[in-house]
Design a protein around this ligand. Sequence first.
Ligand code: NAD
Length: 485
Amino acid sequence: MSYQSQPKASHFVNGAYLEDSAGAPIEVIYPATGKAIARLHAATPAVIEAALSAAETAQKQWAAMSGTERGRILRRAADIMRARNRELSQLETMDTGKPLQETLVADATSGADALEYFGGLAATLTGEHIPLGQDWAYTIREPLGVCVGIGAWNYPTQIACWKGAPALACGNAMIFKPSETTPLSALKVAEILVEAGLPAGLYNVVQGLGDVGAALVGDARVAKVSLTGSVPTGRKVYAAAAEGIRHVTMELGGKSPMVIFEDADIEDAVGGAILGNFYSSGQVCSNGTRVFVQRPILEKFLERLTARLASAVIGDPMDEATNFGPLVSQRQIEIVQGFIEKGKAEGARLVTGGKRIDREGYYLGPTVFADVTDDMTIAREEIFGPVLSVLTFDSEEEVLERANATPYGLAAGVFTRDLTRAHRVAAAFEAGTCYINTYNLAPVEMPFGGSKLSGVGRENSKAAIEHYSQLKSVYVAMGPVDAPF
Ligand code: NAD
């Protein structure tokens, strides 16, 4: 299969594509067919070294430029991404299998938003003046240095930009390692940044599995690591970063609750549950996979949910009418099928789906379980696929206790028409990102991230600046030194 804008080599280092065929092969599979569309090579130690030394050298000059100059380049890159949105979206669809209907509005566009937003902020980054009587102090906001970004496979372009844009805006260099499952799109981000005027060495992409990520995280030249991935990987990367007391951002997994009260607008609640469970075939970290429905509206909710799911258009992801595509890989479909079998074995009621769809590629129908109880595996563990669990509740107090009874804390949602209850419940949720009467929106202006096992730090918004810069304090004495002897 041929497609536009295929990257020219495996890596992008020091402003140009770079190949080293000595690296272990990485087969890129199109999830809609299961067939290979590209073959890349994992980074060898020589490639990793080239990226680190290019980043270290380039960062110093970049940090010396004005914020306005840095921001202009990022905003230009945003414009190029928007102009090429269709071509980039097609590549993202090949990489991930997500329907073009989605990638056209949620991937390169989201990446462009981050480049534009942080490009705009770059010139506003300052320290402050602190009066101390006759003395005074000031702070200087400094970049951290060389940052490493490590991505998951569900939103490759978005993750590459959500990490790259704030890092570059603050004057850092970035080495990004995409997921080995979806290695293509980040290369295009690097290419576009250079086309927009980014000096060589500031945004490098190296391919590989966990060992390449680990080699980067453990290097003494690296000041910060931002990971998007699972909790087990987060533990390893956080621990390795701790060896060098490096800064970290951890965007990890979740098992988020969505609470639907009986007074909710039922169509909005069903819409929220669909968005929060079946967009990207359910492969979204913040999905509200535990849907708590208040008892009086349970049957109505299930009836409307199944009716609306029946109209999902499952098919060729390149067809813009398709709104539900395949899972990312054979491995992922097997993991999800394993959870579905556990759900059935532990007594949950399969309302719809649960089966692989009879066509090539990794298609699994949208799946809904009802009668799910808190102790079942499907209610406790992250599935990362199109599996929605419906649980029933009676009171607000009860549902809050159950919603929060998880080691994760990424997101949470509430559907109700009662204004005070909505805010009371949002305040009580133990989660980093909460929604009232909607679900899973992640505009760049709003902080995004998790609490508890779901992560540390925040992406997007002004909050991300804190995670890609540090403050230097300078005390200025205006009088004689008052020493004790
Ligand atoms: P994963 O944890 O298997 O891999 C994530 C990345 O880490 C990959 O690039 C992988 O190569 C790399 N890696 C693995 N071991 C490493 C090591 N020891 N050192 C350095 N890097 C290493 O995750 P995945 O399967 O690619 O993605 C799915 C997971 O990501 C889910 O748990 C999902 O919830 C999470 N996720 C979180 C967010 C968020 O923003 N919170 C967003 C998307 C996905």
